[in-house]
Design a protein around this ligand. Structure first.
Ligand SMILES: Nc1nc2c(c(=O)[nH]1)N[C@H]1C(S)=C(S)[C@@H](COP(=O)(O)O)O[C@H]1N2
Ligand SMILES: [Mo]
Length: 384
């Protein structure tokens, strides 16, 4: 797809703003826009700050990728409607094909998909893991059946099962303990309220790399909980004992291993950042600059986004621009500012409708998760 003239023109435009060299795109995402992405490894691709556009939605060609295991064989999207998911922990457990799910209901939800390690690259402690900056995130529109409708169709929840546990459909490598590699995540069952079993994203069937034929999406929750190629959705008494749940994705104090007593990486916190101008913009001419970026509340809608051009001493309310796609989507903001010659530190800070304000400083933690710090996300620009 998209390898005609469009690819040439995209490349030509993006080269002007993104000259830095990067590794070639891995085969399974060869259809992505190389100019928009930083290829960290074959399983971690990040959207460049300078590549985020101003049309709210992040196009699939530009969206980040994070895989804990190699993506499954493309044969699983050859007949999408035939993909099966087992539903358990309900009164009448059963397996559904995607075709059957399509008969149960339909909802469309815009939401921020963000890796919990987004912003890890800003921790001075240099935690191990991909040093993502801002681009392990995007705003995506998903279509699918509400999990609530699937639960209703299976007779309702069995009592006393506080978690919703989802299992990814990857083939596991042989010779290792499956629990050490499988992607199986548990969240509080209340998270099902707005969750979907989705088959479409941004207007097309979900590409294999993003979890097609079927993906669990849990608006407001960190990326890892949005299990791709889902093959089992179970309401469970305990959280999964897979490593990715029990010791992985925990807010562990620096230097400590993860363990089940520490908070799991579930709900996202309010966060915003400036996309333009940025480090790739080059020297600006003195005069009016349109500072724009994105902000989201995590679990709540955005009330407002403020911008500072003096390193966080004073703040001015930015204007929210573009369509409001609901409380789980990000809002775009713009502020026109007259910047005199010199070097300036620009930052943004979002407040949600409940009054929660984006944090100034991130909580340091062993794996570098959940960096929402407005200080860390500042951009420095020079005006000639
Ligand atoms: N089955 C499966 N689901 C998964 C993963 C995975 O490796 N396998 N990675 C998770 C993580 S850590 C993130 S951040 C998101 C990334 O989604 P994307 O690659 O579609 O951007 O998917 C999540 N769901
Ligand atoms: Mo992630």
């Amino acid at each position: 797809m998209g390898l005609g003239l469009g690819a040439f023109s995209r490349t030509a435009v993006a080269q002007a703003v993104a000259p830095a060299a990067t590794k070639p795109l891995p085969d399974y995402v060869a259809w992505k826009d190389p100019a928009a992405l930083i290829v960290h490894t074959s399983s971690t691709l990040e959207t460049r700050r300078a590549a985020f556009g101003t049309s709210v939605i992040t196009p699939n060609e530009q969206l980040y990728i994070r895989n804990n295991l190699p993506a499954p064989d493309p044969e699983i999207v050859a007949d999408r409607d035939a993909w099966q998911v087992a539903v358990e922990g309900v009164k009448s457990p059963r397996t559904f094909t995607v075709k059957e799910l399509k008969g149960l209901g339909l909802e469309t939800t815009a939401m921020v998909l963000q890796c919990s390690g987004n912003g890890r690259g800003f921790f001075p402690s240099k935690p191990s893991g991909t040093p993502w900056q801002v681009g392990a995130a995007g705003c995506v529109v998903w279509s699918g059946v509400p999990v609530r409708a699937v639960v209703e169709a299976t007779g309702g929840l069995v009592d006393g099962l506080p978690f919703m546990t989802a299992t990814g459909g990857e083939k596991l490598p042989e010779g290792v303990d499956p629990k050490s590699v499988m992607v199986e995540r548990s969240v509080p069952k209340e998270a099902m309220a707005d969750a979907l079993l989705a088959w479409e994203m941004n207007g097309v069937p979900i590409p294999l790399a993003h979890g097609g034929p079927l993906r669990l999406v849990i608006p407001g929750y960190n990326g890892v909980n949005n299990v791709k190629y889902i093959k089992r959705l179970a309401f469970t008494a305990q959280q999964s004992d897979a490593r990715i749940q029990s010791t992985g994705y925990r807010m562990s104090p620096p230097g400590q291993k993860g363990d089940p007593s520490q908070p799991s990486i579930w709900e996202m916190a309010p966060k915003s950042w400036i996309n333009t101008p940025n480090a790739d913009t080059g020297p600006l001419a003195a005069g009016l600059v349109q500072i724009h970026g994105v902000g989201f509340g995590g679990m709540n809608a955005v009330r407002g986004i403020d911008v500072s051009v003096d390193g966080g001493k004073t703040w001015t309310a930015a204007r929210l621009v573009g369509p409001d796609l609901g409380k789980y989507a990000w809002r775009q903001f713009v502020l026109a500012v007259n910047l005199p010659a010199g070097t300036h530190t620009l930052m943004s800070r979002v407040t949600d409708v409940k009054g929660n304000v984006q944090v100034e400083l991130a909580q340091n933690n062993a794996s570098g998760y959940s960096n929402s710090s407005w200080r860390d996300h500042a951009v420095r620009v020079t005006v000639a």
